[in-house]
Design a protein around this ligand. Structure first.
Ligand code: CTP
Length: 540
């Protein structure tokens, strides 16, 4: 912390900042030029869970505690985690895998019915003669105090059989992935879990067999072989995702951490379990960036080295593009995609999306605008659609790609038709929309409507985020709040009465009438019908 002469906190400087300054031979300069101003602070009364949230949201590992501008102390991530999970951090050396119970922690943080369900799953495992463990993101988030109700279960036994047992017991639809020997039970999101955490409103239980994985060749699908929990955890991506909680037997709630996951959570570090991790599965590069940015963690130095090594070996060439697409979308769905995208640039990974992809200088501003535009859109009531926020972030990300390069990217990653159409609608029209809507005389409403109507709402909002012209923004806003909501009083049946056989001409006629109405010339149903007759006469 840097204080002024009155003792008030004016900035924060890290050892990393100081080292950088020294490397650049700036040892004589003032700290003022190197410190971060407006540091994120908290007051002495801030509850620990709020501090935890601040650290997570702002990506800070140290928060100065301030009262009336005066520095009182500093809280680190370690301090918070130690307090929140004291039982876990008191113990043992790394790598022992010694058992600690987290059942109390589960009872306190999980909804009662979910806890009951986990216990019943454990009892089913007992009856089937298998050990069952919760693993992965669920355990990580349990320790971090983040809500996550996607159950990821590993059994020492046949996962597909256990899947069938659970589907008999709890209902829902069971998806068996025979090739991988895994099963997923999908249910509607139960009301008792509160509002859905997944956009698809599904509650999912993934079941896998604890197994030793041999990769036939780098980046190929794994060949499955049965083995134990430790092996299962060892093949996972990062230490923080490789912890487990036993949910059957008398030792329900026993916590297994073979690779120092808790330590890394405490330090805020993303670390791979072994050096081949990114070669086995290059999509983990995206995941490393995603988790780093989501939790405000830092990649451990060696892990970052491994990524650069994987990038150099061009591992992505051998990975199925659909998997990269999946990870890319997940990254762009995160709360702060901008940080992740810029981090990708730092790691020279953007070229795997497209070799010519570079982030424009305006990207930062656009990324920041996107959530504001989405909020605005959700606050207006007229003919709303469900937006894909990730798609808007994607549009910002690929701003510099030409139409042809965009097509190459869409094709390579096999994006769905609906995504392709929305991306194209932006790429093809954004420039002309901005130009035409910026003219100094007000275009007629029908002109604005014709320009905007073919655009996806994501594309339209991206144009709003991109333009610096208030006029353009205002006119697009008017499309959403007024013109897009205007509906005709007359309909197809009125055209039918004129003896026109139903067909594509109906749409054309209705459109012409709508344009006239938008321009304020058809106040009543009668005037609409009268105009419709004129259109029919004119077009023959
Ligand atoms: N996993 C992995 N390598 C991958 C993908 C997943 O090792 N390429 C493992 C990790 O242990 C991860 C678990 O599978 O925790 C579940 O994966 P997933 O559901 O994709 O991620 P979560 O960790 O649950 O993260 P999120 O909160 O984003 O869902």
């Amino acid at each position: 912390p840097v204080l002024d002469e009155r003792g008030d906190l004016v900035g924060v400087v890290t050892i990393g900042d100081l080292k950088k300054a020294l490397i650049h031979r700036m040892g004589h300069s003032r700290v003022k030029g190197y410190m971060a101003i407006d540091p994120v602070t908290a007051g002495p009364e801030t509850p620990l869970h709020s501090l935890q949230k601040i650290m997570r949201d702002k990506g800070k590992g140290r928060i100065p505690i301030v009262r009336d501008g005066e520095l009182m102390g500093i809280v680190t991530r370690t301090d918070v985690l130690r307090k929140v999970h004291s039982a876990l951090f008191k113990r043992k050396k790394r790598g022992t895998g010694g058992m600690v119970r987290v059942s109390e922690k589960m009872k306190k943080t999980l909804p009662g019915k979910l806890m009951q369900m986990i216990r019943s799953i454990g009892r089913e495992a007992d009856s089937a003669g298998m050990n069952a463990f919760l693993v992965g993101g669920f355990v990580r988030d349990l320790l971090l105090g983040v809500k996550n109700y996607d159950l990821d279960i590993v059994v020492e036994g046949d996962a597909m059989r256990f899947g069938r047992i659970l589907s008999d017991r709890f209902g829902g639809s069971l998806v068996i992935h025979r090739k991988f020997g895994t099963a997923t039970l999908v249910q509607e999101w139960p009301r008792w879990l509160g509002s859905p955490l997944n956009p698809d409103n599904k509650f999912k239980i993934d079941i896998a067999t604890a197994r030793k994985e041999k990769y036939r060749e780098p980046a190929a699908l794994p060949v499955v072989k049965f083995s134990s929990l430790r092996h299962d955890l060892y093949r996972r991506d990062f230490t923080v995702n490789a912890m487990a909680v036993k949910i059957n037997g008398d030792d329900f709630g026993s916590f297994a951490d073979f690779f120092g996951g808790t330590k890394d959570l405490e330090r805020g570090v993303i670390r791979t379990l072994h050096d081949r991790s990114f070669i086995d599965d290059p999509t983990r590069v995206f995941r490393a960036v995603r988790f780093e940015q989501r939790f405000g963690f830092k990649m451990e130095t060696h892990t970052e080295y491994l990524i650069q090594h994987a990038v150099k070996r061009e591992m992505f060439r051998r990975t199925e593009n659909q998997r990269i697409r999946g990870e890319l979308i997940l990254m762009l769905k995160e709360g702060n995609p901008e940080r992740a995208v810029f981090r990708m640039r730092e790691l020279h990974e953007l070229r795997f999306i497209h070799p010519e992809l570079v982030l424009k200088r305006s990207a930062k501003r656009m990324f920041a605008e996107i959530p504001k535009r989405i909020m605005w859109y959700n606050s207006i009531a007229v003919r709303k659609r469900k937006l894909d926020a990730w798609l808007m972030n994607f549009l910002v990300m690929i701003e510099n790609l030409s139409a042809e390069q965009t097509e190459e990217t869409l094709g390579k990653f096999v994006f769905s038709n609906s995504v392709c159409a929305r991306v194209r609608s932006y790429k093809e029209r954004e420039r002309s929309v901005r130009t035409r809507l910026s003219s100094s005389h007000m275009p007629r409403p029908s002109v604005i409507y014709k320009l905007m109507e073919p655009l996806s709402h994501e594309a339209a909002l991206c144009i709003m985020a991109k333009t610096r012209s208030k006029r353009v923004r205002r006119r697009i806003a008017r499309f959403f709040t007024r013109y897009n909501g205007i509906q005709l009083r007359m309909g197809g049946h009125d055209i039918k009465k004129e003896g026109i056989p139903p067909g594509p001409s109906y749409r054309e006629i209705l459109k012409q009438v709508l344009y006239e109405k938008l321009d304020g010339r058809l106040p009543t149903k009668r005037s609409e019908i009268k105009y419709m007759k004129e259109v029919i006469r004119e077009t023959g």
